[in-house]
Ligand binder design. Structure first.
Ligand code: URP
Ligand code: ZN
Ligand code: ZN
Length: 461
């Protein structure tokens, strides 16, 4: 199979220029002006942008959580991602406390193998650290190509580890070339605020938001950065939402420390006023919660200052019936929202079209930096000869409106219903095959491959 993309504006993290791109089998074979290859398919990309396929490093597919499962599985989730220009996702394997990492890996392999439409990898969430798990961590880095280890400073009793375990994990990960990632919020503070609000009969979704004030995230982010500095371990804070947490990372830079930061589309484009809609606010019950306009500004600035390197989604959808588990008590609403499909278009529309970020910054935060930080660059995350032919052909002027009626995620509402966006994913190519064309997915379940990742370091960016 060969494809020749003619006359598009090729955009990478460092430059943008008009060129042709020639793809043979799974790889990019040539880039240049007026390429003369004969190809099985020729795509005219005049007036279009050509981006590297998006990488969303924060999704939860078919994940057991809060007494139910997230409603997109590997098939529906990775297909919806492709529709939105995301050709690869990194999902989270959850260790069951008291059980091994190996057993958790087997469970997630069953969920993904033969089902994924797009490419994927896993972060390994360590929820119970001990000497046996330490040996498994080394095995995961050396043999399985899983080099990032997720930790939770919240969700006590299910996912949270304590600071002693965190430091031990960081030491072993640092020694072996991996990365520790974190959900950085102070679980004990949050649990006590939840208990207080429930005891006072404050049970609506608004109290989910009020139980997780900014300080809970700022404190945990600073503590995580301190533990990284102590252990010399590379670290990555997932789904950062607020100015206080960003300032904790900014402070860490004063000791010449690098802490990688991810924010998510929703924290850049939505705000906490949505929790004032009575139970409808459950659509946006996620942890950490949406914040204020001043936090959006801080995050956009953080992107331009290089403090925030990655934008993911934390895609963790639940059907409305599942959200209603918390009809009478916000603490029982499954946390998470559907977003995997909208990241590339929302980020383009609000960021590039909205004049907040440059085109090259867009590529950096939607694909290239994730590939670098998570050990798969330049196979993924760029447009270069020899890289996987994962490409998005994008119409920068096309306007459209997000709706549950047109999205492809397995979720019966949209968290962005009625939102107008400028810029549309037109054609998506994954490892040299047309994935999305004319609004349809051309790939079958099972096409998506597990991507083995390499080691990483603090100086990778
Ligand atoms: O609300 C969220 N974020 N749900 C998924 C689990 C997590 O904390 O990332
Ligand atoms: Zn989280
Ligand atoms: Zn998450």
């Amino acid at each position: 199979m060969s494809i020749l993309i003619k006359n598009g504006r090729v955009v990478t993290a460092s430059e943008s220029y008009i060129a042709d791109v020639y793809i043979e089998d799974e790889k990019i074979n040539a880039i240049g002006k007026d390429l003369k290859f004969s190809a099985d398919q020729i795509i005219d990309a005049t007036d279009r942008l050509v981006f590297p396929g998006g990488i969303d490093p924060h999704v939860h597919l078919d994940m057991p959580f809060m007494g139910t499962y997230s409603s997109d599985d590997y098939e529906t989730g990775t297909r919806a991602a492709l529709h939105g220009g995301t050709t690869m996702v990194i999902d989270f394997i959850l260790q069951t406390q008291g059980d091994t990492l190996a057993n958790a890996l087997k469970t997630w392999q069953k969920k993904s193998q033969g089902k994924a439409v797009g490419d994927y990898s896993y972060h390994m969430a360590v929820t119970d650290f001990n000497d046996e798990v330490a040996k498994e961590v080394v095995h995961f880095i050396e043999e399985e190509g899983i080099t990032s280890f997720k930790t939770f400073m919240a969700y006590k009793g299910a996912l949270m580890i304590d600071d002693g375990q965190m430091v031990q994990l960081m030491k072993i990960v640092e020694k072996n070339g991996g990365l520790v990632t974190v959900h950085a919020t102070n679980g004990d503070m949050i649990d006590s605020l939840i208990a207080k609000n429930r005891a006072e009969g404050k049970l609506s979704p608004l109290y989910h938001y009020l139980s997780q004030p900014e300080v809970t995230e700022a404190e945990a982010s600073a503590r995580f950065a301190d533990m990284l500095a102590y252990t010399n371990c590379p670290g990555y804070i997932v789904h950062m939402t607020c100015e206080g947490a960003l300032n904790a990372v900014r402070n860490a830079t004063q000791r010449n420390q690098k802490v990688f930061v991810e924010t998510c589309t929703q924290y850049l484009v939505l705000d906490a006023s949505l929790y004032e809609k009575d139970f409808e606010g459950a659509k946006w019950v996620m942890s950490p919660p949406l914040r204020e306009k001043k936090d959006q500004e801080a995050l956009w600035s953080g992107i331009n200052q290089g403090l925030v390197q990655v934008v993911g989604t934390d895609h963790c959808p639940f059907l409305w019936e599942q959200k209603k588990m918390g009809k009478d008590d916000f603490s029982k609403i499954p946390n998470g929202h559907p977003a995997i499909e909208h990241r590339m278009e929302l980020l383009y529309s609000e960021g590039v079209h909205g004049g907040k970020i440059s085109l090259t910054k867009y590529v950096e935060i939607s694909a290239t930096n994730a590939a670098k930080i998570f050990g798969m660059y330049p196979k993924k995350g760029t447009i270069a000869i020899g890289s996987d032919a994962d490409l998005v052909i994008f119409d920068p002027n096309k306007k459209h409106t997000i709706s549950v009626n047109t999205h492809h995620m397995n979720c019966d509402y949209s968290a962005y219903e009625g939102q107008e966006v400028v810029g549309k994913v037109e054609t998506v190519i994954l490892r040299g095959q047309i994935a999305i064309q004319n609004g349809a997915c051309a790939l079958a379940p099972g096409y998506g491959q597990f991507v083995k990742r390499g080691k990483t370091s603090k100086t990778v960016i």
